[in-house]
Structures are given as C-alpha cells and as structure tokens.
Design a protein around this ligand. Structure first.
Ligand code: HEC
Length: 230
C-alpha cells in the first residue's frame, strides 16, 4: 500500500538554499523602515502622494455649490415638505406650542402641577428671567434698573397678565414678545411649562385672596395690617 502523496505547505529547503521568505526579508524590512520613516509627523510643503484614488476624488457637489439640474440652482436640497426627523414628531400642539388644535392658546398647562415642577420652574426662572423681570416678577431686574437703555421688562402683577392664558405665557417664553427675545433655544419644552407654573405662583404670591390664608393666620395678618396703619 502506498501512502497518498502529501504536499508540504512549508517552503522547501534544497541544497542549503535560503527559503524564499528569508530571501525577501531584507527587502521587506527595508520597505517597512522607509514607510515608518515617513510617519514622523514632520510637515511637508508638497501635496502628499495619493496612490489609492478613493472617495476623496469622487464626483460630488461641495456645500453651497451651484447645480443647474434643479430649478432653484441649488445643489443642497431642503428636506421634502412634511419630513419629520426621528423622535421629533410633535403631534401634541398643547404641549409643544401651547395652542389647542384650533390655534387658540391653551387655557391651562398640559402638565400636572407638582412641587417638583414648581421648584424646577423657580431655578429656571432665576437663571433666565430674573435679569430683566426681577426675582419677584416686578420688572425690577438688573437689566431693567441698571440704566442700560433697554426696554423695561414689565411686572407680571398686572390685571392683564394675571388674566392671560398659560398657553400665552408659554408662547412668550418660546417665541418672545415685541422687544423680548424668545428663549426656545435655551429652554426646553418641559422647562418652559415649569417656568409658567412658577410665574403663576409668583403672581399668586403678590395677589393672594384672603381665602388662600388659614383663618388663624388671616386674623394675625389683619391685626398686623391694622397695626401698620396706626
Ligand atoms: C433681556 C431681558 C428679558 C428677559 C431675560 C426676559 N424678558 Fe420677558 N420681557 C422683556 C421685555 C423688555 C418685555 C416687554 C416687551 C415689550 O412690550 O416690548 C417682556 C415681556 C414679558 C412678558 C409680558 C408679555 C406681554 O404680553 O406683555 C412676559 C409674560 C415675560 N416677558 C416673561 C418672561 C419670562 C418667563 C422670561 C424668562 C424665561 C423672560 N420674560 C425673560 C424682557 C425680558
């Protein structure tokens, strides 16, 4: 029985000749050294040699480049009308715009009023609104009172602003009003509602009806008020 012939995958060594790999090793090493030498981080005046003409050289339009193919001559195309980015579908107009489906401002906030919401609103109000409207919402912020020549920010404690809807307040924060800039870029939707809640608390703090105060305290207050008048 003869053994099947097997072919060795190793280079054969005959008559003491050096294997192919060993023969080329010198060349490979020299090339590697050359390559590494060109990676020293040194700057160079010439354009680098680009042996692999890949996507750097594809046909394409650069940003803002003209394109006669489209009627408006622009190569940069706006998204198709009605395109909604993933995660940006804003169906709830009450929440996102402060408006009912018919476009009118929502009467009351679309989020539940909690202590956390009020506290969040207070921190956001203190950061974004006090510079002009003042901590008490009386329009006595530093920007207003500092004599810088800005349009004075109004007090919130007026009959008109006590009666506007929550949706209107939300809209003022998001889009601004007349000379007041909008804060949509700085204040996310949830925080805008938190500020609306806090604005209402501020208004209430300066205009609380007697029925808000426990009876015993009310007596004290009345006595105090009477005392002040004496
Ligand atoms: C840079 C100063 C400035 C800041 C900051 C500012 N406001 Fe105002 N705000 C104004 C001015 C000025 C007006 C009056 C605009 C006018 O009538 O031209 C105004 C008006 C308002 C009004 C009344 C709108 C009306 O119908 O008259 C509300 C409510 C209000 N701001 C809320 C806020 C809230 C809430 C913040 C914080 C998110 C804020 N503002 C931040 C300057 C400011």
């Amino acid at each position: 029985m003869t053994r099947p012939a097997t072919r060795s995958t190793l280079p054969r060594v005959r008559n003491g000749a050096r294997p192919l790999l060993a023969k080329r090793a010198g060349t490979v090493l020299a090339l590697a050294a050359l390559l590494l030498a060109s990676c020293r981080g040194a700057t160079h005046e010439h354009t680098p040699i680009h042996p692999n003409l890949n996507m750097d050289y594809q046909e394409r339009f650069d940003p803002q480049e003209a394109n006669a193919f489209f009627a408006d001559g622009r190569s940069m195309r706006p998204p198709v009308p009605g395109t909604v980015a993933r995660g940006f579908l804003r169906e709830d107009t009450r929440y996102h715009e402060g408006r009912n489906a018919d476009g009118a401002y929502t009467e009351a906030m679309p989020v539940p009023l909690t202590l956390e919401l009020l506290e969040r609103g207070q921190t956001r109000y203190d950061i974004f609104c006090t510079p002009c409207h003042g901590a008490a919402g009386d329009g006595e912020g530093l920007v207003t009172t500092g004599g810088f020549g800005y349009t004075p920010a109004p007090t919130y404690h007026s009959d008109r602003l006590r009666e506007v809807t929550d949706g209107y307040m939300y809209d003022v924060i998001a889009n601004g009003v007349r000379t007041m800039p909008g804060y949509a870029q700085q204040i996310p939707v949830a925080d805008r509602w938190a500020i609306v809640a806090y604005l209402r608390a501020l208004q209430r703090s300066q205009y609380a009806p007697g029925s808000d105060v426990p009876a015993a305290l009310l007596e004290d207050l009345r006595r105090g008020a009477a005392g002040d008048n004496e």
